[in-house]
Design a protein. Structure first.
Length: 202
């Protein structure tokens, strides 16, 4: 795998992934709608609004795989969620199809099942039960991943990210916590696995 695109590279998780994935693949292409620091060794940097289909296709071109973390990462006004989490995600998947990308790792969230009781153990076989419009937007992304896997043979891994932090603060956070190291390993395994059609992982 020669060139991997990381969207949302200026965000909380994306900023960490920029550092942890930089030396893993020959070229790491970084994009965000916010300003990014200049490209380092093995990096390509481009600022883009992914809700613009042409801009999305330009950043996807010549990439082998995509790590799509670009999104509004919490509840917000619907217009903002629609633009950044729904339209932009569709544009990324469609650009991937048009450009011949082989694998997408999509950042989903625990909020797609957020209305289950906290005491209940959740796995990917259970029906979605989103707790917010943000959660609904990520359900859309997972469904889009399934569609593009089934219809266009685009391998997709949806990661239901919980609380991303160096260490958990308290018992409640421990139940949803994922460390930066484990997040990086999960993404790398999702990108490098030989035979993936569609998966939802925690």
């Amino acid at each position: 795998m020669q060139r991997v695109l990381l969207t949302g590279a200026a965000g909380h998780v994306g900023g960490y992934l920029r550092e942890s994935l930089r030396d893993v693949y020959p070229v790491l292409r970084l994009t965000d709608c916010q300003n990014l620091s200049p490209a380092g060794s093995g990096e390509e940097v481009c600022q883009a609004d992914l809700s613009d289909a042409a801009a999305a296709e330009q950043v996807v071109a010549n990439c082998d795989a995509i790590v799509h973390f670009g999104a509004i990462s919490a509840e917000d006004e619907w217009e903002s969620i629609l633009k950044n989490n729904v339209i932009a995600t569709y544009n990324i998947f469609e650009a991937a199809r048009r450009c011949g990308v082989h694998r997408i790792v999509f950042a989903s969230t625990l909020h797609v099942t957020g209305f289950y009781p906290c005491s209940q153990t959740i796995d990917s076989s259970m029906p979605v039960r989103p707790d917010s419009r943000y959660g609904v937007s990520k359900v859309f992304g997972e469904a889009l991943g399934r569609l593009y896997a089934d219809k266009h043979n685009l391998g997709c891994v949806c990661l239901r990210i919980g609380t991303f932090a160096p260490k958990p603060r308290g018992e409640r956070m421990l139940s949803t916590w994922i460390s930066p190291r484990d997040t990086t390993q999960l993404i790398r395994r999702s990108l490098d696995a030989a035979d993936i059609h569609f998966e939802i992982l925690y």
